[in-house]
Design a binder for this molecule. Structure first.
Ligand SMILES: [Zn+2]
Length: 109
């Protein structure tokens, strides 16, 4: 590279920069796809309400949450997402593991 003129070195460095940016973008896309796979595999847990009719309702947790104390049922990511967005009167997200993040639920959802 030292035999190159500064203009030639700059052109090579710009090409390298462009290729590295493309590589970074590809890697970020792969990370996003694998993160989604991990999220789908983790699964979610619906924890029974404190007592029947309790206003807080059932709590949705990530399957590996350590704050679960009451009887549970496994739910898929789709089901967890659905109950947290469409049935919010009877389901709430655990504040500790916050499954809303891994489910991609925002306040706008
Ligand atoms: Zn939790």
């Amino acid at each position: 590279m030292s035999d190159l003129s500064p203009v030639e070195r700059l052109a090579k460095l710009r090409a390298l920069e462009e290729w590295l940016a493309w590589q970074l973008d590809q890697t970020r896309r792969k990370i996003q796809a694998v993160e989604q796979q991990v999220t789908d595999q983790i699964g979610y847990i619906s924890e029974q309400a404190i007592r029947e009719g309790h206003p807080l309702g059932c709590t949705i947790h990530a399957a590996d949450c350590t704050m679960i104390t009451r009887p549970v049922t496994s739910v898929t990511a789709d089901k967890a997402r659905w109950v947290l967005t469409k049935d919010a009167k009877f389901f709430r997200a655990c504040e500790f593991c916050d499954p809303r993040k891994t489910l991609g639920i925002t306040d706008d959802t």
